[in-house]
Design a protein around this ligand. Structure first.
Ligand code: AMP
Ligand code: ZN
Length: 467
């Protein structure tokens, strides 16, 4: 059976195979900038990448999976100006940039574990690969792709005529729109490879280089680390959809100019998680973390299941109601699978094999996880023998990663610390709202109670509540 993946580079689904003689898939995924907690939007992208890895393994490939930790160089603009994200994190928390990096890296890894995301073969930190980054910039300099300004060494994108191709950019138009903000850049799409530390100011993170003391630009780290760990040409490079226009376009330019080889055969991008019409981001509005979900009584895997219900290339809209319904669906799923698991036998009958083929076909069609979940439900409804059903559940769970091999763990952390007087107050406010027929307010209060894990029941004696 064939595996097809949607390649952003060609905007089409392509057959995935490995080059002759290559034993493992070289997979590189852009990792977190560790200045804050990861939000559940970021984690949607890592769940999609985990699905990709699991599907590759299901299709029999060994996977050499590298994920970077950005602990230097990422400015708030994703470009070459704005504040340094790590320094912002340090100012916010009162810790040093190094402590901030360690703290949020550890928090990030905990989130991965909680979501049952498989550890990469290699985690690599940008600050552990400064020499590789300097060497790559030197190579570009030797080949004539760089120029110097008063604040750094820049990549000259006009020297790479294919620069606009990947993201279908109209550089002329972009240039018109941003003449004033260009500073000393020659072309709007040029980007910093190395930035100088400001004169008379010691930065918390800075290194010596052939061009003076400073720090690497954000984009160069991924090219340098990916090539250091995986070689000049990757099989698959992934990230969120925001990376297409700038970060990945820049990675392609600098890598291909340095090596003269294609940087990655496949590029896969996950679409954003939204709240209402906004994307979830750390700089704007409410941002939700795995620990917040747990505080509200969700198992992190409820979120994993929620993420799998939509295809990775579609926007996914987050609402608490949708997450609650994923949790209910998950509980029902467990009721069925918990009763089966101890009975697992072999997948032998023709019918069971057909189900398995259907599943493999769905995940091989550009990771169609919603369809794969539908097939799991189909198996559970079918009149197959329990031993075969159980075997199929365990087999599918290798890809779904929902931990169906053991009973569900229910989280109710906040349940026992519910503030009873607050509950009574909200119930009384709701009664007033209902008396004056203010249904919107009464619904809002009911939702607020729901978030506290409180269920209310209206009866002849008034409203009662339980957790
Ligand atoms: P960052 O830590 O900001 O560098 O982002 C880590 C990853 O999360 C990148 O691959 C981003 O493209 C991705 N990302 C950022 N915001 C969202 C979002 N709202 N939904 C899905 N992925 C996102
Ligand atoms: Zn990257």
């Amino acid at each position: 059976m064939a595996l097809h993946l949607y390649n952003t580079a060609t905007r089409s689904k392509e057959l995935f195979t490995l080059p002759e003689g290559q034993s493992a898939v070289r997979l590189y995924c852009c990792g977190p900038t560790v200045y804050h907690f990861a939000h559940i939007g970021n984690l949607r992208t890592y769940i999609f990448e985990d699905s990709l890895r699991r599907v590759l393994e299901y299709y029999g490939y060994a996977v050499n999976h590298v994920v970077n930790i950005t602990d230097v160089g990422h400015l708030t603009s994703d470009g070459d100006d704005g504040d340094d994200k790590m320094e912002k994190g340090a100012a916010r928390t009162g810790k040093s940039v190094w402590e901030v990096a360690d703290f949020y890296t550890e928090a990030f890894m905990k989130d991965w574990k909680a979501l049952n995301i498989i550890e990469p073969s290699i985690w690599c930190k940008a600050t552990d690969h400064i020499q590789e980054q300097i060497a790559l910039v030197q190579k570009l300099e030797e080949k004539g792709y760089t120029y110097r300004t008063s604040d750094g060494i820049y990549f000259d994108s006009a020297k790479f005529p294919r620069y606009p191709d990947f993201a279908h950019l109209d550089v002329e138009n972009l240039q018109q729109g941003s003449r004033v903000d260009m500073g000393e850049k020659r072309t709007v799409t040029d980007f910093a490879l190395w930035k100088f530390s400001p004169e008379n100011q010691k930065r918390a993170m800075e290194w010596d280089s052939p061009w003076g003391i400073g720090f690497p630009g954000w984009h160069i780290e991924c090219s340098a680390m990916a090539m250091h760990h995986l070689g000049s040409t990757l099989d698959i490079h992934c990230g969120g959809s925001d990376h297409v226009r700038v970060h990945h376009t820049n990675e392609i330019a600098q890598s291909e100019c340095a090596t003269g080889k294609p940087f990655s055969r496949f590029w896969l991008h996950g679409e954003f998680l939204r709240m209402g019409s906004d994307k979830m981001s750390k700089s704007a509005g409410e941002f939700l973390t795995v620990s917040l979900l747990m505080e509200k009584g969700f198992n992190p895997l409820d979120y994993r299941l929620f993420a799998l219900t939509s295809h990775y290339r579609n926007y996914l809209n987050f609402t608490w109601e949708a997450l609650e319904s994923a949790r209910e669906g998950f509980k029902n799923l467990h009721k069925k699978t918990d009763a089966l698991i101890g009975k697992a036998g072999k997948i032998e009958s023709e019918r069971a094999q057909q189900w398995q083929n259907k599943f493999k076909e769905a995940i091989g069609d550009d990771l169609n996880m919603p369809k794969a979940l539908g097939i799991l439900n189909g198996v559970l409804k079918d009149d197959l023998a329990d031993c075969e059903k159980a075997a199929l559940v365990l087999d599918f769970d290798l890809v779904l990663g929902l931990c169906l091999d053991h009973p569900r763990k229910d989280y109710a952390s906040k349940k026992d610390v519910v503030d009873a007087s607050k509950v009574e107050e909200l119930i009384s406010l709701r009664a007033t709202a209902r008396a004056s027929k203010n249904w919107a307010e009464s619904d809002r209060l009911r939702d607020e109670l729901k978030l506290m894990n409180v269920t209310i029941k209206d009866g002849p004696e008034g409203t009662t509540w339980s957790t």
